[in-house]
Design a protein around this ligand. Structure first.
Ligand code: SAH
Length: 266
C-alpha cells in the first residue's frame, strides 16, 4: 500500500454547489482522483479541475448498478497508487450515505481516511423549501427516518413513536412507500390534516415543492409526478412554508394553504 494515501469521504450537500464546505471545495481542487455517484449534481462536478481523474459509481435505490462491495474494493485499490482520493457523497456521508460502511472497510485495511460532513438533505431541502425543522410552539424535535426497505423486507418503522404531533418527521428515500407510510402514520394516530411536503431536487434550479396534508400527500406527490430524489417533511412546521418561501420555485397543489390556515400560524 501507498503509505501516504488518504481517502476523504466528502459530503457535498444536496445539490447547490454553494452549500459545499470550504474543506470540501479545497479537497475537490486537490484530489488525484474523484469517485462520485448519481446524487452529485453537475454543478458540483463542474468544480473538479479538468485534469483530475473521475470515476462514476452511479447507483439507484433498488437498482444497484455498482454494488457497495465493489465501491469499497475500488477505494482500497486506489489507495495503492493514489495519494488524495476523494469520494463524494450527496448530503452528509454519515446520514443514509453508507459513508460509515466505506470507512469501516478503510479502517480494516489500515488506510487513512477523513470524514468531511456535508449539509444533509433534511436541513438543506427544508431550508430551501421554507420549512423550519423546529419552531417554538410547532415542533420541539425532528425524527429522521428512511422510507426505503431492504429488498424482500417490509418497512419496519416505529409508527407509534413517529406519530408525534409535536415533532417533525423527515423521510429520506420514501417515494416508493409513501402511500403506506402515510396510512401507517394516520393509523398510529397522527391527524390526517397534518401539513406535509414533498421536495424534489431540493436546493437546485429544478427544485419542486408540493405542499399538502398527510392524508393526500401520496396522491399529490403522484399527481405532481415527482421523481427521486425526493424528501418528505411532515409536521405543523410545514404550515410556514408559504410565508417563508424565499427560494420560490414552488408548485403548491395541496388543499391546506387557505388564507385561513395561514393566518393561524403567521
Ligand atoms: N447522504 C444523503 C442522503 C442519501 S440517501 C444526505 O445526507 O442528504 C438519498 C435520499 O436523500 C434521497 O432518496 C432523498 O430522499 C434525499 N435527497 C438527497 N438529495 C436530495 C435533494 N436534492 N432533494 C430531495 N431529496 C434529496
Amino acid at each position: 500500500m501507498n503509505q501516504s494515501a488518504k481517502v476523504y469521504l466528502v459530503g457535498t450537500g444536496p445539490g447547490d454547489p454553494d452549500l459545499l464546505t470550504v474543506k470540501a471545495l479545497r479537497l475537490l481542487q486537490n484530489a488525484d482522483v474523484v469517485i462520485y455517484d448519481r446524487l452529485i449534481s453537475e454543478a458540483i462536478l463542474d468544480l473538479i479541475p479538468s485534469g483530475t481523474s473521475q470515476i462514476y459509481v452511479g447507483k439507484k435505490s433498488g437498482n444497484h448498478t455498482f454494488p457497495q462491495d465493489d465501491i469499497n474494493q475500488l477505494l482500497v485499490n486506489l489507495a495503492e497508487s493514489k495519494r488524495t482520493i476523494v469520494r463524494l457523497k450527496g448530503g452528509d456521508p454519515f446520514v443514509f450515505g453508507r459513508g460509515s460502511e466505506e470507512a469501516l472497510v478503510l479502517a480494516r485495511h489500515g488506510i487513512e481516511f477523513e470524514i468531511i460532513p456535508g449539509i444533509t438533505a433534511a436541513s438543506a431541502c427544508s431550508a430551501y423549501a421554507g420549512i423550519p425543522l423546529t419552531h417554538r410552539g410547532l415542533s420541539s424535535g425532528v425524527q429522521i427516518v428512511t422510507g426505503h426497505s431492504q429488498s424482500g423486507h417490509a418497512l419496519n418503522l416505529d409508527w407509534k413513536t413517529l406519530a408525534d404531533n409535536n415533532k417533525t418527521i423527515v423521510i429520506y428515500m420514501g417515494l416508493e412507500n409513501i402511500d403506506m407510510i402515510c396510512n401507517k402514520l394516520v393509523e398510529a394516530g397522527l391527524d390526517k390534516t397534518t401539513p406535509a411536503a414533498a421536495i424534489q431536487n431540493g436546493t437546485t434550479a429544478r427544485q419542486q415543492r408540493v405542499l399538502s396534508t398527510l392524508s393526500v400527500l401520496a396522491a399529490d406527490t403522484r399527481n405532481a409526478m415527482l421523481q427521486a430524489p425526493v424528501i418528505f417533511v411532515i409536521g405543523k412546521v410545514v404550515s410556514l412554508a408559504n410565508i417563508l418561501d424565499w427560494f420560490a420555485t414552488d408548485q403548491a397543489i395541496g388543499e391546506y394553504f387557505s388564507d385561513k390556515a395561514l393566518s393561524n400560524y403567521g
